[in-house]
Design a protein. Structure first.
Length: 459
């Protein structure tokens, strides 16, 4: 614990999450809708040929105080309707630029709360997408759902609409913790939701999301929640570290007033829930995902094929290039990122005029693609074999070192602090070092300025 305190004092600084490289705060408004259109056309002939669609539904029936997502209070029915029509238009515009022979590997609805709107809209959107592209053999059709609003009839409709992965935002099983966070508990017992989903489609998968670091949580209470979760045997469990970013969402200030857990308690929640999930048969993927041993993410991890994008971990076969729709949504193409406007009014207006709603983005240079690939590889595999990664990036070892501008003094400091260890050309993150894996990734990022408040802290 003494050592941990030393490490926290030294390394618990704001660090990028590296869901993209460069991180989204480097996107620029010099990247226009025309650039995005051009990037879509270019993506037909370079990079992964699979097509992955992300659709953003920003609305929420009630705002949770801790929320760090791009979400907003439920709009009037008329605006929701216009928003869905704009989404359809955006799907049509992007699909016109896409090679229709490319196959769809994934659709992911995130938010906000996709199940806060009439689910018939979601079904219509899926029908539109399926009418445009053939799918790979087992596409992943996923939706993030707030269980407070899920009923049996909804599960039936979503299964009919093609969904085969359901992420349920549980956050905590304690009513007290949820109440302090201004959040409703599940309408139907979570175990019954999981059984219903699997009865409707035996191949369907269920993820449960949790957050540690919320008011009212203790190490014991969070362990109870995680034990209950593991007993339900969902396919995946995710334990998010609460990201406190009140400069993005002022509602989070309520949680400061109620009282957030001490940093040590938060770290204990992470380590003890990780230990517990391991004992209960789950395998840890990356920092915060836990899966059953036969899960495709574990198989991909063992084959060094695990991948990661804005939507989380995925396998190389389901990822594809990501084309994103809706407000604030970020597309991740081989050579460019493009982010849509965050304003619902602007989004609807721009699409009414048949234009793409790009607000900013980034055109990637070759060196940035290589650095991004290396950082993703490192965060997924928790290790780097320098000669292997150089080979993968088609670089000599010397060119790789030049590209990364590594400060070897910092790496040897990470090593002497027990965060990483080296053996025969491989750099590995230790168990305790997982808390600071993003700090180590920052060493491979020549533009990471450090000591800025634009990012959430490592822990
Ligand atoms: C878009 S929400 C999921 C769908 C739905 N809105 C819900 O809340 O159930 C995605 C997930 O992000 C996580 N999350 C939201 N705010 C967070 C924060 N400030 N820190 C860490 N995780 C957060 C929650 O676990 C949530 O389930
Ligand atoms: S956590 Fe989910 S339901 Fe709560 S405000 Fe954020 S997006 Fe909405």
């Amino acid at each position: 614990m003494e050592n941990l305190k030393y490490l926290l004092d030294k390394y618990n600084a704001p660090v990028p999450r590296y869901t993209s490289y460069p991180p989204a705060n480097h996107f620029t408004d010099e990247f226009t809708a025309q650039d995005y259109h051009q990037a879509i056309i270019q993506s037909n002939i370079e990079g992964d040929s699979n097509v992955s669609f992300y659709l953003h539904i920003p609305f929420c029936k009630r705002m949770c105080y801790y929320c760090g997502c791009n979400s907003c209070p439920m709009a009037e029915q008329n605006i929701v309707n216009r928003y869905v029509q704009a989404l359809k238009k955006e799907v049509n515009l992007v699909s016109e630029a896409l090679d229709s022979k490319r196959k769809l590997s994934q659709i992911h609805y995130g938010g906000g709360t996709p199940n806060s709107i009439d689910l018939r809209y979601i079904k219509e959107l899926n029908e539109l997408i399926f009418s445009k592209f053939e799918t790979i053999e087992n596409p992943e059709i996923a939706i993030e759902c707030h269980p407070g609003y899920l009923e049996q009839g909804d599960l039936e409709l979503l299964t009919q609409a093609g969904f085969n992965r359901f992420s349920l935002g549980i956050q905590d099983f304690s009513d007290d913790v949820l109440k302090k966070s201004n959040r409703e508990p599940s309408k139907i017992p979570v175990g019954d939701l999981i059984s219903s989903i699997k009865e409707l489609n035996p191949k369907a998968k269920v993820n449960l999301d949790f957050i540690y670091g919320l008011p009212g949580q203790t190490r014991e209470s969070f362990n109870n929640t995680i034990r209950q979760a593991a007993e339900l045997r969902p396919d995946r469990i995710v334990t998010f570290s609460y990201a406190h970013v009140p400069w993005v969402n002022k509602l989070q200030l309520h949680l400061e007033e109620i009282g957030l857990p001490e940093q040590n308690d938060k770290i204990e929640m992470y380590f003890s829930s990780a230990r517990l999930l391991k004992e209960l048969g789950y395998i840890q993927i990356g920092f915060d995902h836990y899966v059953l041993p036969d899960d495709e993410l574990n198989i991909a991890f063992e084959q060094k094929q695990l991948h990661r994008n804005f939507q989380g971990y995925s396998t190389r076969s389901t990822t594809g290039q990501v084309y994103a729709f809706g407000v604030s949504a970020i597309s991740q193409l081989e050579s460019a990122y493009s982010q849509n406007t965050k304003s619902i009014e602007d989004y609807i207006k721009i699409l009414d005029n048949n234009h793409l709603p790009t607000e900013k983005g980034y055109q990637l240079r070759q060196a940035e693609k290589q650095i991004g690939e290396l950082i993703t590889y490192f965060l997924c595999n928790k290790e780097l074999k320098f000669d292997l990664i150089a080979n993968q990036l088609e670089l000599s070892l010397i060119d790789l070192m030049r590209l990364l501008k590594i400060d070897f003094r910092s790496l040897s400091e990470f090593e002497s602090d027990g965060i990483i260890e080296f053996s025969t050309g491989t750099m590995r993150v230790t168990d305790i070092g997982m808390l600071f894996i993003r700090n180590v990734a920052g060493e491979f990022d020549p533009i990471y300025a450090g000591k800025t408040n634009k990012y959430s802290k490592s822990v």
